[in-house]
Structure formats: structure tokens, C-alpha cells
Design a protein around this ligand. Structure first.
Ligand code: DGT
Length: 157
């Protein structure tokens, strides 16, 4: 096989297993909602933004509205796309898109997570969060409007 066709095979292989994921930034009184992933699941015990995998035939917004209905029992209005990132778990890639959620009906309940918490965005970096989120924490904090005072910049890892 020529180098060219090897390269194109590698490219195809690398593109083979992608999972699109959507997650929501739900905000209330300056706080943000995070949920602790259930036991007996991947990344058990880690704190994540509510959301999940896009199913075939769904738009990202439809998928996120469905996930928030299933996980939290709310009817949410999915707002602006705030940021997107990729991460590799073993041989599977995930593409996560984070959306702003400012309006919803109902009170979020932990139907899927072990626990839900409303935290100040500044507290996020002290939580156990998925590596996919940790590596873009600066961008997440920026999207959430965190402004570190210059004197406390040493807090940032
Ligand atoms: P599993 O057991 O890997 O099928 O996981 P599920 O079905 O419980 O996970 P799901 O549907 O929440 O898929 C989301 C994937 O994205 C999961 O591998 C964890 C990863 N992820 C990384 N950061 C976040 C985040 O902030 N929120 C959510 N919902 N998922 C995240």
C-alpha cells in the first residue's frame, strides 16, 4: 500500500467513532447547575453539566431538551451555543457542545444523577469533573462569566 493510501486509511480510521454530546449551562441567581454522575456508570461520581448523547435524527437542541426532560424533569428552552470541544476516551471521540439554558419550566430533580448542586462558577475547578471539561476549564469559566481577580490568579491551575 502506498504512503498516500496508508494516510487516507488512518484518516478514515480516526474519524470512525465519534459520539456527539450536548450539555447545558443552567443558571439561577448567579449559580450553575451540576450533577454527580451515577454509580455503575462511566466517570461515576464526577460532576458534569446535565446532558447526554445526541440520538440519530435529533438536532442538538432537540437532544438537549430531551436529556434535560429525562434527567431533570424540566421543559427547557435551549439557548445559544456557547462552546464546543472534543475529547478522546480510548478509541472513541466525543464532541461536546455546551448550550446556554436560561428558561425552563419545573424544578430540576435528580432523576438520573446521584445529586444535583447549584454552585458558583468559581467553585467548578475544585470539583472532580470529567477530563473533557477540565482541559477546557478556562473556556468554560469564560463562557460562564468568571472573572478571577488579578491577585488570585495563582489559584488557577
Ligand atoms: P455511557 O455510560 O458512557 O454511555 O454514559 P452515559 O450514557 O451516562 O453518558 P451520557 O449519555 O451522559 O453521555 C455523555 C458523555 O459525554 C459521557 O461519556 C461523559 C461525557 N461528558 C464529558 N463532559 C460532560 C458534561 O459536562 N456533561 C455530560 N452530560 N457529559 C459529559
Amino acid at each position: 500500500m502506498s504512503n498516500d493510501s496508508n494516510a487516507s486509511k488512518t484518516r478514515r480510521t480516526r474519524r470512525a467513532h465519534w459520539i456527539p454530546v450536548v450539555a447545558g449551562f443552567l443558571r439561577k441567581d448567579g449559580r450553575i447547575l451540576i450533577g454527580q454522575r451515577p454509580e455503575n456508570n462511566t466517570l461515576a461520581g464526577q460532576w458534569e453539566f446535565p446532558g447526554g448523547k445526541i440520538e440519530l435524527g435529533e438536532s442538538p437542541e432537540e437532544a438537549l431538551a430531551r436529556e434535560l426532560r429525562e434527567e431533570l424533569g424540566i421543559e427547557a428552552e435551549v439557548g445559544e451555543l456557547k462552546l464546543a470541544c472534543t475529547h478522546t476516551y480510548g478509541d472513541v471521540g466525543i464532541l461536546i457542545q455546551f448550550y446556554e439554558i436560561r428558561f425552563w419550566k419545573g424544578e430540576p430533580k435528580a432523576k438520573h444523577h446521584m445529586m444535583l448542586e447549584w454552585i458558583y462558577p468559581e467553585e467548578l475547578r475544585d470539583r472532580a469533573i470529567p477530563e473533557a471539561n477540565r482541559k477546557i476549564l478556562d473556556r468554560i469559566e469564560n463562557a460562564l462569566g468568571v472573572q478571577w481577580p488579578k491577585s488570585s490568579s495563582s489559584r488557577k491551575s
